[in-house]
Design a protein around this ligand. Structure first.
Ligand code: NAI
Ligand code: 15L
Length: 269
């Protein structure tokens, strides 16, 4: 596949969308932006709901690839998750198939495997083919997205890299995030690798920086050409002093998904 140049970024107004639209043009991409809400400073952004199939057909027409970030990013009611994450993602894939788009990078989540027990230091890293154990309806919707991507590859030859993002924020803000953090710069590196690697079919990767306390295996991401440059460790001393080490007896700390397994944050905030 020739290297993509024009890329549709859905969810452009969100946290990750904002961090990525600041960085991806530096890799040579021309971004077309879409969100349900206006995108600050971007009057040309397409404002559309993923339910609007006509708007999606128009939005994907002529792009070389899509980065699909739009959706509900925390736990919510099934109806809301069905609308945005399940039906909405299906609508986007259908639009992409109909318009001949060759590749999607899908923002999956660590919450597809959130109920997987957290490894202790020295345990093997969690592989991408660990059985899925969603911790929320939100995580379940991301399992749907990964399976939809698999189906569209097998049935229609539409390629996807599903990135099970850990925590992509400017800085880690919890001890758990020391293990799962993906710096914004590494996020852009991983998106670039996912957009440009050859013959990805449907590939599932974890999205994190090269954290000293990493919980999962980044080898499928590295196989795409991703070379993370950041590590959360410089934040460790301060966060550990404030919050203490993770406690295996604390249910909030027992699983990859952390407090999503016990008391998930509800969308909208
Ligand atoms: P966010 O909640 O800040 O942004 C999501 C964006 O999607 C919002 O701007 C919202 O308006 C838009 N959106 C929601 N429903 C829509 C619909 N029906 N039609 C059109 N747009 C819609 O989320 P964030 O943190 O930027 O995450 C981006 C993506 O990455 C999400 O899919 C999230 O599930 C995923 N993710 C993010 C992680 C993180 O660390 N921030 C971790 C794992 C996954
Ligand atoms: C996610 O999937 C959420 O979208 C994000 O807001 C974070 O909570 C992240 O997971 C996490 O696990 O820290």
């Amino acid at each position: 596949m020739p290297a993509p140049r024009t890329v549709l970024l859905t969810g452009a107004a969100g946290g990750v969308g904002t961090l990525m639209r600041e960085r991806l043009p530096g890799y040579g991409y021309e971004l077309r932006l879409l969100d349900l809400v206006p995108v600050a400073g971007e009057p040309d952004a397409i404002i559309a709901d993923l339910a609007d199939t006509e708007a999606l057909r128009e939005a994907v027409r002529g792009v070389d690839a899509i980065i699909h970030l739009a959706g509900i990013s925390l736990e919510s009611t099934f109806d809301k998750i069905l609308h945005s994450n399940i039906q909405g993602t299906y609508n986007l894939y259908e639009a992409a198939r109909a318009e001949g788009v060759r590749r999607i990078v899908f923002a999956s989540s660590n919450h597809t495997v959130g109920f997987t027990p957290r490894p202790e230091p020295g345990d093997p890293l969690i592989p991408v083919d660990t059985p899925r154990r969603p911790d929320t309806l939100y995580g379940l919707s991301k399992c749907f997205g990964e399976d939809l991507a698999s189906l569209y590859w097998d049935l229609h030859g539409l390629e996807t890299v599903s990135i099970r993002i850990g925590s992509c924020f400017p800085e880690p803000t919890s001890v758990r995030m020391l293990s799962v953090w993906m710096s914004p710069d590494d996020g852009a590196r991983l998106l670039h690798a996912a957009l440009t690697a050859e013959n990805v079919g449907h590939t599932v990767v974890y999205g994190s920086s090269a954290n000293t306390r990493l919980w999962w295996d980044l080898s499928t991401a590295r196989a795409l050409g991703y070379e993370p440059q950041d590590d959360s460790e410089p934040y460790a001393e301060k966060l550990l002093a404030e919050q203490g080490e993770l406690d295996p007896a604390n249910p909030d700390h027992a699983h990859l998904g952390g407090h999503f397994c016990t008391n998930p944050p509800i969308w909208p905030h």
